[in-house]
Design a protein around this ligand. Structure first.
Ligand SMILES: [Zn+2]
Length: 443
């Protein structure tokens, strides 16, 4: 009478799930902020969660109709979201597919791509959505910056065949730009948000943000836009600001423009997590609901395990300072997502996201419960997907992770993934094909 879902269902991308799935007797961390509840059943129909109910109240008729996945004694939580990835700078399909495969089989069901060659990212997003590749869902940003940014060689790598600054996914904007048209072109790439990168004044940040919101796009900004400083960027009304280490500019009376020399900041004033200028900034972020996309791991002085970032120069902001800044934001009540902006090398069998979650614990002092919320509901908000993702509730997408052990007692238990479920499709950990040395080739 009891049908179990076998390995075959998980290993190959398949047609969209139509069946009724019953995850039975879970220890449920639903991601809403509630404490875990026990002996809970989650009923999935097609790609969405239909019902969440104590097993004692289960409609017995479902035992006949549903495929049953017995998760007794196991921990069920929402699928995780990496809120800062770069899948195509430069486009590298083999690497992107390998990283995405490592993500989905490790419990990551969505990623937010923070500006790349969107021709490549758009195709990856489509392939993931229709089940051609084993991957999280991909939401992404179209970039805008002042013209001075477009000498950066990465803008050429991501605009091949076009002129950097004059392609819809990476636009140079000035006071004279027709912003309704520029935002409409960005929307035409299927991007969810605009990323504000650099060489933007407070006034321009505000104007772009207002127009993007008018056209129902999110705005995700670097925390300092040279010359706009963090408080200017927050006042512009953006939805999220990236990179804890860019917050070191907040106490400065004047932040230089993108092409001007940058004065060295006194990093010691951030180390105790009690900076007065940041306290004012964080109070305003709490009032507005602005999310901090901290990316602490990307500032790790030990780059041995990662491949994309150059070594930090001596005296620059590192993960200790970035962590102290993020810890201050956390204690002030700022919503913090979990994003990586970095790629671990091929020998690592787990999602890059796990490195950031460790940093949120070790460097920022966040609780495990808060970290799981960062990786789920706050990541969903950051990606503009909170109506569909981030918690286990009826009506939301069936994006979930089954773990053998409880990550609230030890974050390392995230490595006890048994099954990832995305849009009702199962990816069993035993079907994970590890990465090979040649899969990660960006250096
Ligand atoms: Zn980035």
């Amino acid at each position: 009478m009891v049908a179990t879902v076998g390995l075959a269902a998980a290993s190959e991308p398949a047609a969209p799930a139509q069946d009724i799935l019953l995850f039975r007797n879970a220890t449920l961390f639903d991601g809403t902020g509630r404490s875990p509840t026990y002996n809970m059943d989650v009923i999935v129909e097609g790609e969405r969660i239909k019902q969440v109910v104590p097993d004692a109240n289960l409609d017995p008729g479902l035992l006949q109709k549903a495929k049953i996945v017995d998760v007794r004694g196991r921990f069920l939580m929402p699928g995780m979201i990496d809120a800062h990835v770069h899948l195509a700078t430069p486009p590298n399909r083999r690497q992107a597919e390998a990283v995405l495969r490592r993500d989905i089989f490790g419990g990551v069901t969505a990623v937010r791509d923070m500006a790349d060659d969107l021709r490549a990212v758009g195709d990856l997003s489509r392939a993931s959505l229709v089940g051609e590749i084993a991957a999280p869902d991909i939401y992404y940003a179209a970039l805008m910056a002042g013209p001075a940014f477009f000498t950066d060689k990465r803008t050429a790598q991501t605009s091949v065949g076009g002129v950097p600054g004059y392609v819809p996914w990476m636009q140079a904007v000035t006071e004279g730009t027709d912003l309704p048209l520029a935002v409409a072109q960005a929307r035409g790439t299927f991007a969810t948000g605009i990323k504000l990168y650099a060489d933007l004044s407070p006034n321009m940040a505000g104007r772009i943000t207002a127009e993007a919101h008018r056209q129902h796009m999110k705005v995700w900004a670097h925390a300092t836009l040279y010359p706009a400083k963090p408080s200017d960027v927050v006042a512009a009304g953006v939805d999220a600001i990236s990179h804890a280490c860019l917050l070191i500019r907040e106490p400065m009376a004047r932040v230089p423009g993108w092409t001007e020399p940058r004065p060295t900041a006194t990093l010691a004033e951030f180390r105790d997590g009690k900076n007065a200028a940041l306290a004012r900034l964080f109070a305003e972020m709490v009032r507005r609901g602005t999310i901090l996309d901290a990316t602490i791991w990307a500032y790790s002085a030990d780059t041995a395990g990662s491949t994309t970032l150059p070594p930090l120069s001596p005296g620059s902001c590192d993960d200790a300072i970035g962590g102290a800044i993020t810890g201050q934001a956390y204690r002030a009540g700022v919503a913090i997502d979990a994003g990586t902006d970095n790629v671990a090398d091929w020998t690592d069998p787990w999602p890059d996201l796990f490195h950031e979650l460790s940093a949120l614990s070790d460097k920022a002092g966040m609780s495990n419960g808060a970290i799981l919320q960062s990786a789920t509901l706050i990541g969903a908000r950051a990606s503009g997907q909170e109506r569909d993702m981030g918690s286990i509730e009826p009506g939301k997408l069936a994006n979930m992770v089954v773990l053998a052990h409880d990550p609230l007692t030890d974050l390392n238990n995230l490595k006890s993934v048994v099954i990832t479920i995305k849009r009702g499709r199962l990816f069993e950990r035993t079907a994970f094909v590890p990465l090979k040395e040649g899969d990660i080739t960006d250096r």
